[in-house]
Ligand binder design. Structure first.
Ligand code: NAI
Length: 497
């Protein structure tokens, strides 16, 4: 059978396969799930549309999902985050570059935005599904919510019978989404409605995507059940923090090679990602200054020993600026023009609207110089005595994946074990009542759920041996005293780790 795909170069597959093999060794959670569920095939019949950074670690996730029985189509959730060798290896699978037999992947490093949204549509477009909807996707695995957004917008406009024109306030990217949907509507007026009707649920990887899902659910517009993977403790308290602690300095180093020690680094936001970012920069000897809008997180940063102040006060002082907020308009063009010469500006939050790139391009007389792909110098007042420049990483997109290769395998094994378990939950429990339910209501309705704590603990357990961790065990008496089961879960749902 020939598979459809679009990646950079299938001859990179052998290099990708070597990296995947080494990553498997560092991903004990995913490998344990293959062992546990390989035979029972809980994902047999699942057709998963995946939108998540197409890295080596994601390759191991994809091959875990297929090992559990799923069929998969995949795109990256960012234009710069694909590792082309991993994408090639996944397409080739057990075949050869001449005769690829793996998974249809639509991802390459350096997509344009038009290409990006084309890839998003491809994962929702399954061969034969236009004639037979049963051949379409029935699960979504999302990171940042773009696949879910495209589907929801498609359904909305198909119901209205037309796709509106973008308003002047809409970001440029939204006009591209509207173009994709307009072309689809003209060709197949019920395509997204048909696809959405078959979806059993979505599992969402990151803070920003989860935020979008809760908004949809609150408005009563969520079309299918969702599991918030991000807020599994073994995801956000590990990937967002320890993953960033590793991949932020990796991105800064590969992009600039600048010595961080002794420099002033400004971290905007002190949530999970900000905590990992600040710790990494301090670990390199930088003097770290934090900005926050939440008094609790600001107090945490202060008690962790960081100066907390406003960007306005520190903008002329910092050598390195990193946004970690998941918010928009955090560093504006009016801030960047006040920065010191050769200040480095990067974002590690999900979307590129944290840094005002559009405003930067409009600064009078500014010149953009490509140092190398994903590293740009923006020169102000070129040729005058006041000439200065700043270095912007990955054009304001998440720099750990744009300038480096994202988080390391071991931490992603935690995140992706949660993803796999969440896919099994939503796929196998689709429409079924919860065990012991008196009402017969389905366990998963059109709401957003987190995984039960016992599964969170399971994910952590799967990673202990590899680190030589020896766990103490509760006695029966101690368990009774605490009011928990000897086998867990050990904490109430409201406990904050
Ligand atoms: P979070 O909600 O825990 O932290 C964000 C923090 O930023 C909050 O404490 C909030 O109060 C603060 N904040 C919001 N607006 C601000 C402003 N204007 N100035 C200063 N602080 C502000 O979220 P989390 O989990 O830390 O994620 C942050 C972003 O990073 C999200 O977009 C998430 O999707 C993304 N992410 C990126 C990863 C990567 O590999 N690059 C990995 C995990 C998450």
């Amino acid at each position: 059978m020939t598979i459809d795909y679009k990646v950079k170069d299938l001859s990179l597959a052998a290099a990708g396969r070597h990296q995947i093999r080494l990553a498997e060794h560092e991903m004990p959670g995913l490998m344990a799930l293959r062992e546990e569920f390989g035979e029972s095939q809980p994902l047999a019949g699942a057709r998963i549309a995946g939108s998540l950074h197409m890295t080596v670690q994601t390759a191991v996730l994809i091959e875990t999902l297929t090992a559990l029985g799923a069929e998969v189509r995949w795109a990256s959730c960012n234009i710069f985050s694909t590792q082309d060798e991993a994408a090639a290896a996944i397409v080739v699978g057990k075949g050869t570059p001449e005769d690829p037999q793996g998974v249809p992947v639509f991802a390459w490093k350096g997509e344009t935005l038009e290409e990006y949204w084309w890839t998003a549509e491809q994962i929702l477009t399954w061969p034969g599904a236009a004639e037979n909807p049963a051949l379409g996707p029935n699960m979504i695995l999302d990171d940042g919510g773009d696949a879910t957004l495209l589907l929801h917008k498609g359904v909305e406009f198909e119901a209205a019978g037309a796709v509106p024109s973008a308003s002047a306030d809409d970001p440029h990217e939204f006009t591209i989404i509207l173009d994709v949907l307009r072309a689809s509507l003209a060709k197949d007026p019920q395509k997204f409605t048909r696809v959405a009707g078959g979806i059993r649920g979505v599992t969402e990887e990151t803070t920003t995507g989860v935020h979008r899902l809760y908004q949809l659910a609150e408005q009563g517009q969520l079309l299918f059940p969702a599991i918030n993977v991000n807020d599994a403790v073994t995801k956000s308290k590990f990937d967002n923090k320890y993953g960033i602690r590793h991949s932020l300095p990796d991105g800064i180093n590969r992009a600039t090679d600048v010595l961080m020690g002794g420099k002033t680094a400004v971290v905007c936001g002190y949530g999970d990602v900000g905590k990992g970012a600040a710790e990494a920069l301090r670990g390199q000897g930088a003097r770290v200054v934090v900005t926050e809008i939440d008094p609790i997180c600001a107090l945490q940063a202060a008690m962790d020993g960081y100066q907390v102040t406003t960007l306005d006060k520190v903008v002329g002082e910092g050598h390195i600026f990193i946004t970690t907020t998941g918010n928009k308009d955090v560093i504006m063009a009016s801030d960047m023009v006040r920065m010191r010469d050769k200040a480095i500006v990067g974002n590690i939050g999900h979307f590129d609207n944290e840094i005002d790139m559009a405003g930067l391009a409009k600064v009078a007389g500014v010149q953009k110089v490509e140092i190398k792909p994903q590293v740009h110098e923006w020169v102000f007042e070129a040729g005058s005595d006041a000439e200065r420049s700043i270095i912007v990483l990955s054009e304001g997109r998440l720099l750990n994946l744009g300038n480096a290769t994202g988080h390391p395998s071991f931490v992603m094994s935690n995140s992706f074990a949660n993803q796999t378990i969440a896919q099994i939950e939503l796929f196998t429990k689709h429409g079924k009542p919860a065990a012991g339910s008196a009402t017969g209501e389905p366990e998963y309705a059109k709401q957003v759920y987190v995984l039960p704590k016992v599964l969170d603990e399971k994910v952590a357990r799967l990673h202990l041996d590899a680190l030589g961790v020896e766990l103490s065990e509760l006695t029966k008496e101690q368990a009774e005293y605490l009011g928990v089961d000897v086998a867990g879960p050990y904490k109430p749902d409201h406990y904050r780790y």
